[in-house]
Design a protein around this ligand. Structure first.
Ligand code: NAP
Length: 465
């Protein structure tokens, strides 16, 4: 049975919503399939592509950002088009997509931050790490935010790699930051920062820390920040000792943390980063003026669950930690797409191996998902490659079984006209490349990888005149 994509005269038309790593890897897997004739249109609500690689990966991690060269190669393929600054739900609806595509893939990521759900969380100077990361990276949604860097003590809740990114950016010297592509306004604000102490809180112990080894080591190499752990919080219970003995990665991580025990990685440094374990914030105190004044921490012990999981359990002992600025870095959540079934518990699109499901768990023909909005916010950029492959395999299986959408107008030109009528300022990939060249040129003058445009109007003006 012929199916869309099985012959050049009837190409498979795919819409990918979201131009982050999951979107690009999905496009790449489809375009590399030698037996498939496919036309891909990728949409993003921002003019600029690359999702979290541009706006989430820390500005001092340029090596990770260099994956965009791989995405560039995908975008150069003749059957690929980019429509930037086109938002699903604003410029296009899911019904519009159904009229023009056989398959739709949602790769929109997880845009919102999880909340702690404790009193005082909404006080002034209590923020999500997501906002700070977006701000330092010049994300248009976050560029107008302000963070009170006159505070001397900052507390970060959570000990994943995002928490370490926030700590590192707060702890770096202006000279260290000036080599990166951090947004200009953030470089300026951080150059005047009075932050002296950064506390990173984990609710479990050192053997369960969520961060990874390279990020942990990197903190120990900062010019002007010494790292501390508290000896009593480094003591291991039986289950944690077993983890450290049995697992090489956990052992290395533990040993690095141990090496920080007395702040011996640097004397005479201006800033201090303190790793705290077995503590959970239970309240944020008001300083009397509506801002963060301190935190109440509950001390924990570890309990082994049936099934082997290790959970924190409150001991009843509490501690007051004075602090003026709080960042919660406890994970992300997806934002529901109107009209698409959503798994509220996990904050992801309801799906099985990338096939979007109805609330009764029957598959929705022709609709798929990949990346964090499919599996939740875990893994590194490269994790999205196998994740996207799983989705593409299901897409091809369905296609061969005759399961796909039946678009009324499966023509590329019809989509271009529709987009142009709804969003005349849409960005093509060539538009993005112009902006990219301008940013890089601005960077060269300052000896930096790039100086970003951070307002959408400025991006449009720079490219479209
Ligand atoms: P994460 O790695 O899942 O870490 C979340 C942290 O929040 C954990 O320490 C977790 O503790 C803690 N937490 C969760 N709920 C909490 C609560 N209610 N109260 C207190 N603590 C709580 O998430 P992430 O840091 O946002 O990173 C997301 C993903 O991106 C990860 O896979 C990460 O490795 C990746 N990433 C990678 C890089 C890099 O490669 N350089 C950089 C940034 C992000 P428990 O462990 O006890 O649950």
């Amino acid at each position: 049975m012929p199916y869309p994509g099985s012959a050049p005269e009837s190409p498979l038309r795919v819409a990918i919503i979201g131009a982050g790593p999951a979107g690009f890897y999905t496009a790449d897997h489809l375009l590399k399939n030698k037996t498939l004739f496919v036309e891909i249109d990728m949409f993003d609500r921002l003019p600029t592509p690359f999702g979290l690689v541009r706006a989430g990966v820390a500005p001092d991690h340029q090596k990770i950002k260099s994956v965009t060269r791989v995405f560039d190669r995908t975008a150069q393929k003749p059957n690929f088009r980019y429509f930037g600054y086109v938002e699903l739900g604003r410029h296009l609806s899911v019904d519009d997509l159904r009229r023009h595509y056989h398959q739709i893939v949602y790769t929109v990521g997880t845009a919102s931050a999880r909340k702690m759900g404790i009193p005082g969380e909404d006080l002034a100077r209590s923020h999500s790490a997501t906002e700070f990361v977006g701000w330092v990276n010049g994300h248009p949604d976050h560029r107008e935010r302000t963070f009170d860097l006159t505070q001397e003590r900052v507390t970060i809740v959570g000990m994943g790699n995002v928490a370490l990114d926030v700590a590192r950016i707060l702890a770096k010297t202006p000279a260290e930051l000036a080599k990166t592509d951090i947004a200009d306004y953030a470089l300026d604000a951080l150059s005047h920062s009075r932050v002296r102490e950064i506390h990173i809180l984990a609710r479990r112990g050192p053997a369960q820390a969520a961060c990874t080894i390279p990020e942990l080591k990197e903190l120990g190499e900062l010019t002007d920040a010494a790292i501390f752990t508290l000896p009593r919080e480094m003591l291991l219970d039986d289950a944690s000792r077993e983890m450290v003995e049995k697992d090489g990665q956990t052992r290395r991580k533990y040993n690095i943390l141990q090496s920080y025990a007395a702040g011996t990685n640097g004397t005479g440094k201006r800033r201090k980063i303190v790793f705290r374990f077995l503590v959970s914030p239970v309240q944020i105190f008001d300083d009397g003026h509506g801002g963060v004044g301190g935190m109440q921490l509950m001390h924990n012990r570890l309990a082994v669950q049936t099934g082997g999981g290790i959970r924190p359990e409150a001991t009843g002992e509490v501690e007051r930690l004075p602090t003026g600025l709080v960042f919660r870095s406890i994970g992300y959540r997806g934002v529901p797409i109107p009209g698409l079934p959503f798994n509220k518990r996990y904050g992801i699109i309801l799906n099985a191996e990338g096939r979007v499901l109805n609330p009764d768990h029957s598959p929705r023909p022709g609709e798929y998902t990949a990346g964090w909005i499919k599996r939740g916010p875990s893994g590194i950029v490269g994790t999205n490659k196998p994740d996207a492959l799983e989705t593409v395999k299901r897409m091809l299986e369905d296609l061969q079984n005759g399961v796909h959408l039946s678009p009324e107008a499966p023509q590329g030109e019809a989509v271009r006209e529709l987009v142009a009528s709804r969003q005349p300022h849409y960005f093509t990939y060539a538009d993005w490349q112009k902006l990219d060249a301008l940013e890089t040129q601005r960077g060269q003058v300052q000896g930096r990888p790039r100086v970003k445009f951070t307002r959408i109007e400025e991006m449009v003006a720079a490219v479209k005149g």
